[in-house]
Design a protein around this ligand. Structure first.
Ligand code: IMP
Ligand code: MG
Length: 179
């Protein structure tokens, strides 16, 4: 395993190994499987959660579970309303569904809050949130996070789907910025 790597002239060191990631994902899947949720529709948030989603879904054994993918678009509106967001890819009726959002990482919670408000508008039955990584010291929202893989300090991390300016997503381990 590469202990340190360089991306865009910054050095990163191994933080969570592939083996540990696998154990975390397995444990999260067990928690979801035992949570009693019926016919869940998992919604994975692209791009960051593509590997996490692919790995956890293969360990979910709830009958009739489904998975879909969304991307959040943000752009500046022409009106003074400022930022407008929409979900790209939510091309189906999710009314009355039990939703489980799959996120790679929750930092301040701003992204999660936007996703929650957009999904809530669709009159779903229930929304739960599963995130591989969580930065409790950075989190500024009240939204309950139902399944947390690992809580970490306010370090910048890359790998296993997470990027640094779009690179590093392919790395099987998670690395953190070296001080
Ligand atoms: P939030 O809206 O502040 O919670 O930030 C969430 C988004 O910021 C994530 O979906 C990631 O795309 C990105 N992000 C936050 N922390 C990191 C990190 O340590 N490494 C890579 N991306 C991060
Ligand atoms: Mg993300």
């Amino acid at each position: 395993m590469m202990k340190t790597i360089t991306l865009h002239n910054k050095t990163f060191k191994v933080f969570i190994s592939e083996t540990e990631i696998s154990a975390i994902v397995h444990s999260m899947a067990n928690q979801i499987n035992n949570s009693g949720v019926k016919n869940p529709l998992f919604i994975a948030v692209l791009n960051g959660s593509f590997l996490f989603a692919a790995d956890i879904i293969r360990k979910i054994n709830i009958p009739n579970c489904e998975i879909s993918f969304i991307k959040l678009s943000s752009y500046l509106g022409t009106e003074s309303t400022g930022e407008v967001n929409e979900l790209i890819g939510l091309g189906k009726d999710i009314k009355n569904r039990n939703i489980i959002i799959l996120e790679d990482i929750i930092d301040t919670g701003i992204t999660l809050e936007k996703i929650m408000s957009l999904v809530q508008k669709e009159e779903v039955a229930d929304i739960k949130v599963a995130t591989l990584l969580f930065k409790p010291k950075a989190y500024k929202k009240e939204i309950k996070i139902d399944f947390i893989g690992k809580s970490i300090a306010n370090d910048f991390v890359v790998g296993y789907g997470l990027d640094y300016d779009e690179i590093g997503r392919n790395l099987p381990n998670i690395y953190k910025l070296k001080e």
